[in-house]
Structures are given as structure tokens and as C-alpha cells.
Design a protein. Structure first.
Length: 251
């Protein structure tokens, strides 16, 4: 019997896994939260929107005849990961988390790890600085409490409404970003501090590497705790796990 898979996506790894499954003609659907206005084209059917918590997701798993759920959401999407773990248990389906490893501090890094945006604001201090906010649009609002800084903000979609601060520069761009681009951005804007998540992966690591080169302080929002479920670090490992688990049987 063909196994049906559902990927909770929105990450590079989710797209990579979807592409590998498409090559095997696996019946899979990729689910996106819908926060990005123009998502990258996918090689598999895409579902947009939420499920209504863990109970709603469990109901969907049953009605869509899903045998395997793959949580390939962002490492900071803790609520969705918890919902996935609860829904898989309720519906009795196998669950795999595809989680990219975090970046690790190396010699020359000037890192301050904090719990949340409020702690990041405190770490920036009262003295006006040129700050690169490399965060999602939903995480920007707390920074109105620190209007003394000059912010550079990069996002895939426009920040609407703009941040209510006197000085903010907006850049619309989609990663990956190469090292030369990141160096030029940080140098030309005179960036003194970066606020970002420890997202892991290569697509956005350039700013971390170039901050090291330029001696720029990085304030990292600490990763949230996630459910303890079977996990792998990349799409190739996910394919091996799925094969071993029999999730691709009949394909």
C-alpha cells in the first residue's frame, strides 16, 4: 500500500526533501503556514494555511490518510512542532523531525545569547547604534521600544506597517546570501550589532561569518525547546530514515 506523507515546511530542508520525494513519485503534500506572500515554487502539491492546533492537525492526518508526518518547520516554530508531536500521537502516525543543527561559536565570534527580543533590546543598550535586524516580520515590533537605534531590516516581503521608529532602512531580498554580499551590506551600512536567530544552515550564515571578519557583535535569540521525537539533520538523512521505517513502501 502506498504511504501518504505530509511535510510541514517553510524551510530550505523541506524544499529539498520535497524534491527528493518527487523524484521517487512519492504521494506527498507540502504544507506552508502562508506567512510568505510569494513562496518558492515547489515540485509537489502545496497546502497553505493552518490546521487549528494539534486537534485540527490530527483530524487532517486522519481524513487525508497520512501515514507519515514530517516536521520540517523552522527551528523557532516551537508551537507548530509541539502541535505536530501531539497530533501524530493522537492520530497514531509516524513522525520525523527534520531539524538543521544550530551554528556553533568559533574563535573570533562576539556573541551574546538571549532569551527573546526584549532581552536583545536590553543587550543593545541605551547608546544609539546601527543595528541589523535579521528577524522575521513578526518579531520586529518589540524594537519600537528602542527608537534610538538606526535599524537596517531585511525581509522577503515588505514590513507593513513599517516599524514605528525614526530611522529604519528596509531591504527586500530572499536568501541564500553569499559572503561578498553580506560583507558589503554590513560594511556600507556601518553596522555595529546584528540581532538574529540561531537558524543554522548555510543560507544565512554569511552574516555571522562576516560579522566575525568585521568585529561586529551578534546578539542571538536562543533556540526554543522542542519535543523529543525522532530527528535528522538534512533531507538525505530523512530519505534514509523514511526508507528504513518503511514509509516509502509501495512507491
Amino acid at each position: 500500500m502506498v504511504q501518504h506523507l505530509l511535510i510541514l515546511g517553510g524551510t530550505t530542508e523541506a524544499r529539498e526533501l520535497a524534491a527528493l520525494l518527487a523524484l521517487r513519485n512519492v504521494p506527498v503534500v507540502l504544507s506552508l503556514a502562508g506567512r510568505t506572500i510569494t513562496p518558492v515554487a515547489m515540485p509537489v502539491p502545496v497546502r497553505i494555511g493552518g490546521f487549528g492546533g494539534s486537534a485540527g492537525l490530527a483530524a487532517h492526518l486522519r481524513t487525508a490518510h497520512i501515514a507519515t508526518l514530517i516536521d520540517a518547520t523552522h527551528p523557532y516554530a516551537a508551537t507548530m512542532s509541539r502541535n505536530a508531536a501531539e497530533a501524530a500521537a493522537i492520530a497514531g502516525v509516524r513522525l520525523l523531525a527534520l531539524r538543521r543543527p544550530p551554528w556553533l561559536r568559533v574563535d573570533g565570534d562576539d556573541w551574546t545569547e538571549v532569551a527573546d527580543a526584549a532581552a536583545a533590546i536590553a543587550a543593545l543598550g541605551e547608546v544609539p547604534r546601527r543595528v541589523f535586524l535579521a528577524l522575521g516580520r513578526q518579531e520586529l515590533r518589540p524594537f519600537v521600544a528602542a527608537p534610538q537605534h538606526l535599524y537596517t531590516i531585511r525581509s522577503v516581503d515588505p514590513v507593513e506597517p513599517p516599524l514605528a521608529v525614526p530611522q529604519a532602512r528596509y531591504i527586500l531580498a530572499r536568501g541564500p546570501f553569499d559572503a561578498a554580499e553580506e560583507y558589503a551590506l554590513l560594511r556600507d551600512a556601518g553596522i555595529e550589532a546584528i540581532v538574529c536567530k540561531n537558524s543554522g544552515g548555510a543560507a544565512t550564515y554569511g552574516k555571522i561569518a562576516q560579522a566575525r571578519t568585521l568585529g561586529i557583535r551578534v546578539i542571538l535569540l536562543r533556540r526554543p525547546a522542542l519535543p523529543a521525537v525522532p530527528e535528522v539533520a538534512d533531507a538525505a538523512a530523512a530519505m534514509r530514515w523514511l526508507d528504513h521505517a518503511g514509509a516509502l513502501r509501495g512507491v
